[in-house]
Ligand binder design. Structure first.
Ligand code: NAD
Length: 475
């Protein structure tokens, strides 16, 4: 199957006039599934001009109607989920049922963003003088430049489009080159649902060139990025040059504290399932396992059993529990982390190897006896790795948990309410699961503390990153 992933500008598909772009691979086979168009600077200028016009047109659609259109988009996405899930699985690798879950979650974001659009309001204050009053108006911030990753290619883009379109903004999105098709499909659904075509653009090409050009443009008012901390810093710096506001959803390395009072087998069952979802390529994935000494052996044995038995395969096969890693680049990064741990004396209880030489499969891997300088304990693995470290004292484990630059999500497993309270209060993270692992649904605001991000996405405040105010003083 060979396909051309085209640019989408002003409602039209385009080849991109910078010539042949990159190949897109099926990570389950390593085969090329298509060519990705490459935008030239003049394509980007066309996208910017269209978005500037799209902003005016879309913002003139009253919020109540924007809400209806976004609900319509949600319904259309749900109706087309079987077809779009195949695209998502082909390009990203995840099992089909996970692809469908992602499409449903994306639809939920549009429905939610549309509902919140209907609640946009201003306020009026009485003035300092009896004849004076002040009206505080809410406005869309303007044209949004959005840069989205490959792990949940549709859902990560949907969060940004739902907030921005709900607020009345237009969006130019640069999706990842690894998984381009599902974002194109989603944007076509938005236009089909009634969103102003000029308010929705998708561009591909060299990421650094595109971000530099879009962010520097005076037409762009807001930069929203999901990806790694180093790239987030680059884009934040570029946005700072022209004082543009930013939303950054960056990496995590979630500490998962498992106390001695829980059932070690049941907790291992629960956590193995959470860990191997999307092959561990989730910023909220539990990723550093601190296990109290008293249950270390039982928890570790059970989780290793799961790792050995997990069914790895092509996401299109119904029995597959975990698909491939998204790309050769990411496969190499994961391999490097495991080899670093192995060379420093870690025990690999399960996995620790690539599976086959077709596609980018990596075995679910359980690591113990880790020295504290093992890279996997410091760098986000973003793969199916379970590094396990014993602990005996809550203050020590909190120090370890908070000891990195990350602050996205953290997990506590204990039935002792006092320990729940102490650990929850001590964790410097934007999301905490107690006997739970979190998923980002639209009704909750997700935002990283420390270097894991700036601002939040979702929640009743989903529109706020895409809004600005104007106060009008009336005498
Ligand atoms: P990455 O930051 O290199 O890439 C993520 C996205 O950013 C991709 O779509 C890529 O095309 C884009 N990108 C890269 N350089 C860019 C630039 N100069 N301008 C604009 N866009 C650019 O990350 P990666 O190595 O592909 O993925 C792994 C890392 O991504 C993980 O370590 C994780 O921290 C992070 N990540 C985080 C989330 C999240 O929700 N917070 C989601 C996915 C990935």
């Amino acid at each position: 199957m060979s396909h051309k992933f085209k640019l989408l500008i002003d409602g039209d598909d385009r080849d991109g006039i910078a010539g042949e772009g990159e190949d897109c691979f099926n990570p389950a086979t390593g085969e090329v599934i298509g060519k990705i168009a490459r935008a030239s600077l003049s394509d980007l200028d066309d996208a910017l001009n269209a978005a500037e016009r799209g902003l005016k047109e879309w913002n003139s659609v009253v919020p109540w109607e924007r809400g209806r259109i976004l609900k319509n988009a949600a319904d259309l996405l749900r109706a087309q989920q079987d077809e779009i899930a195949k695209i998502l699985t082909f390009e990203q690798g995840k099992p089909l049922y996970e692809a469908k879950e992602e499409i449903q979650r994306s639809a939920d974001f549009f429905e939610w963003g549309g509902e919140e659009a209907r609640r946009i309001h201003g306020r009026t204050l009485l003035g300092r003088e009896p004849q004076n009053h002040v009206v505080i108006e809410t406005h869309p911030i303007g044209v949004v430049a959005a840069f989205t990753p490959w792990n949940f290619p549709m859902a990560q883009a949907a969060k940004k489009f739902a907030g921005a379109l709900g607020a009345g903004c237009s969006v130019i999105c640069k999706p990842s080159q690894e998984a381009p098709g599902s974002v194109i499909a989603m944007c076509k659904v938005l236009i089909q649902a009634g969103v102003t075509p000029a308010a929705v653009a998708v561009v591909f090409g060299k990421a650094s060139e595109i971000s530099a050009h879009l962010i520097a443009s005076p037409i762009v008012a807001k930069v929203s990025f999901t990806g790694s901390i180093p790239v987030g810093k680059l884009l934040a710096k570029a946005a700072g040059e022209s004082m543009k506001t930013i939303t950054m959803e960056l990496g995590g390395h979630a500490p998962t504290i498992i106390c001695g009072d829980v059932d070690p087998e049941a907790t291992a069952d629960f956590l193995a399932k959470a860990k191997f979802k999307n092959a561990g390529q989730i910023c909220l994935s539990p990723s550093r396992f601190y296990v109290e000494e008293s249950i270390l052996e039982r928890f570790t044995a059970r989780v290793a059993e799961h790792a050995r038995a997990w069914r790895i395969g092509n996401g299109t096969e119904p029995e597959t529990q975990m698909g491939p890693i998204v790309s050769e680049r990411r496969l190499n990064a994961i391999t490097e982390l495991v080899e670093d741990a192995r060379s420093k004396g870690a025990t690999i209880l399960a996995g620790g190897n690539r599976i086959g030489d077709q596609g980018y499969f990596y075995a679910p891997t359980v690591l113990t006896d880790l020295p504290m300088d093992a890279k996997v304990l410091h760098e986000e693995p973003f793969g199916p790795l379970l590094p396990i470290v014993p602990f005996t004292n809550d203050d020590d484990v909190l120090r370890l948990a908070n000891g990195l630059e990350f602050g996205l999500s953290a997990y506590i497993f204990t039935n002792d309410s006092q320990r729940q309270q102490k650990l929850k209060d001590g964790l410097q993270y934007g999301a905490v699961g107690i006997n739970d692992v979190v998923t980002h649904h639209p009704e909750v605001p997700l935002g990283g503390w420390k270097e894991s991000g700036v601002g939040t996405e979702g929640g009743t405040e989903i529109l706020r990153p895409y809004q600005t105010t104007k106060f009008v003083s009336i005498q």
